[in-house]
Design a protein around this ligand. Structure first.
Ligand SMILES: [Zn+2]
Length: 426
């Protein structure tokens, strides 16, 4: 399986300047490709230039590694094909590349990536210009890119990762995706894991508030002024940072779920698909303003993607079913209830369980109709703790595993260590 990794680079000023120059050169190359292609299209009655012609016309003209130039033409052609496909399907808004770029991500192919004697990577930017990254890869790199992420340069690469053999005859489990609990997973025997994502929500709320604050300040500035530029930059950095935090936590919560599956011996997961909930929240105003913002910022697509590839890597079969009705229906008698809070209780038969965990079971049963309702559900709770929080929190005070209210008993309650003991020991 091909996976992408990103590593932050720590460059000195001279190195950063060199990379920036080559980024501008890459942009110049791209602009030239666009012009060449468009002119060819105009002069030849709507016929596109071929990839080999483009490569021949851009060869040895730019201060870049020859394979980087090739990679740019590849990128352009791939881009063009995608747009052509979209337009064929009726999307008339899709535009072929036209914008003039100032900077562009530099692509590298294998020839330009050299592993040195000490195991670190040397990137060949152009003839005689090398970037010593100091990064030691643990496997062969397919392709790489140098990306500016708003704050610094990032080395992004793809490599082949091995996948585990498909497990067979294990247990079946269902996964319910949600906003408060990004992943709630329930096995057919009634055991489950609920990953709390309140930290994700907190990060997003903080982002929304801070961005709004900055936007207000920006609106008071004169466009293009020094203060305006400063604030615009601050906004980009903030957005970048919170995006990284949220992505990190989404990775962690899906990782926790898959690790739990492996421990439990699960070979088959069914994921509740809620395609489209986050779309058109503004058009069809069925929710209030706050809820709309929450729903439209949910990362279901990302969660699904992460779960799918992590499951595949671990040798677990995964599939998606429509999650419709799984949060309302009672698994025991089938009647509909509208749960408030995190506990689901049925008015008709008295069935009681964690709302998202129960939904997970119903999702599994949608695919595997023969599943019997287990006698009892027991859920473990985990918080997906972000890395950046560690700095802020005293290590001696562990946080509760999940903050779901008094009704939910924690499967493994975390006891706070008495502070007095810690003090006297010191
Ligand atoms: Zn019931």
């Amino acid at each position: 399986m091909i996976k992408a990794r990103k590593i932050k680079l720590r460059l000195d000023v001279a190195q950063a300047n060199m990379v920036r120059e080559h980024q501008m050169e890459a942009a110049a190359c791209w602009n030239e490709i666009v012009v060449l292609a468009n002119n060819h299209y105009r002069d030849n009655d709507g016929k596109w230039i071929s990839k080999s012609d483009l490569q021949a016309k851009t060869k040895n003209r730019f201060k870049l590694h020859s394979q980087s130039v090739q990679a740019l033409t590849d990128k352009y052609c791939a881009n063009r094909d995608t747009i052509a496909e979209l337009r064929r399907k009726g999307d008339k808004k899709a535009r072929y590349p036209y914008r003039e770029k100032t900077y562009l991500t530099i692509p590298f192919k294998q020839m330009a990536i050299k592993i040195q004697k000490d195991g670190t990577i040397r990137l060949s930017l152009s003839n005689g210009n090398y970037l010593y990254t100091g990064i030691k890869p643990d496997r062969e790199i397919n392709t790489a890119e140098l990306i500016w992420d708003g704050k610094g340069y990032v080395f992004s690469y793809t490599a082949e990762y091995e996948i585990a053999d498909m497990a067979t005859d294990g247990l079946v489990a269902g996964i319910d995706l949600g906003e408060i609990h990004p992943v709630a997973i329930t096995a057919e025997d009634g055991e489950g894991l609920i990953v709390s994502g309140r930290t994700i929500r907190a990060a997003k709320q903080w982002r929304n508030k801070s961005l709004a604050k900055l936007s207000r300040r920006i609106s008071k500035c004169k466009k293009g002024s020094r203060q305006w530029k400063k604030l615009i930059r601050a906004k980009a950095i903030l957005r970048n940072r919170t995006d990284n935090q949220v992505r990190d936590m989404l990775h962690k919560s899906t990782r926790q779920a898959i690790n739990w599956c492996l421990e439990k011996g699960i070979s088959d997961i069914v994921v509740g698909d809620l395609k489209g909930v986050e779309k058109n929240t503004k058009k069809h105003r069925r929710l209030n303003k706050k809820a709309r913002q929450k729903v439209s910022q949910m990362e279901y697509g990302t969660l699904k993607k992460y779960l799918k590839y992590k499951a595949e890597e671990a040798g677990i079969k995964s599939c998606f079913v429509n999650e419709r009705g799984t949060s309302k229906n009672c698994p025991e008698c089938g009647s509909e209830n509208h749960p408030k809070g995190r506990i689901y209780s049925c008015k008709a038969c008295g069935f009681k369980s964690h709302r998202d965990g129960k939904a997970g079971f119903l999702i599994a049963r949608k695919k595997h109709k023969h599943l019997q309702l287990p006698e009892k559900f027991t859920f473990a709770h985990q918080q997906c703790a972000p890395k950046y929080r560690k700095r802020m929190r005293r290590e001696s005070l562990p946080t509760p595993a999940c903050v779901d209210g008094p009704d939910v008993t924690l499967s493994s309650p975390v006891k706070a260590e008495p502070l007095v003991g810690a003090l006297s020991a010191a």
